[in-house]
Design a protein around this ligand. Structure first.
Ligand code: ZN
Length: 103
């Protein structure tokens, strides 16, 4: 009776991490319908990830309207570094999924 259960965290941080990994595919509409559904389900209960989606969208929109020679080098380095890290993570995830399928 004295033990109060925490119901504040319906999903683990790992799921939020997966959401950030899927972000670019979500925004380019490349997710499979079922994955997209899970993605949107998560967004419905996770304000953190909604904020991240919005930030991401704004960033993409802002950079898309700039020609590459108009982006300050520092910003471009940041974006490239970010994308490279992202790509590495996505690649790792793909290999992980493939290994799961093969098992
Ligand atoms: Zn989340």
């Amino acid at each position: 009776m004295a033990k109060a259960k925490t119901t504040q965290r319906p999903l683990s941080a790992k799921t939020c991490k997966q959401i950030t990994d899927l972000m670019v595919h979500y925004l380019t509409d490349k997710l499979r319908p079922k994955v997209k559904q899970d993605f949107q389900k998560h967004l419905a209960i996770c304000p953190d990830c909604v904020a991240f989606v919005n930030t991401y969208k704004t960033t993409v929109k802002a950079t898309a309207t700039l020609r590459s020679d108009e982006i300050p080098p520092k910003v471009r380095d940041n974006v490239l570094g970010f994308l490279r890290a992202k790509l590495r993570r996505v690649t790792a995830l793909v290999f992980f999924l493939l290994s799961q399928l093969a098992a």
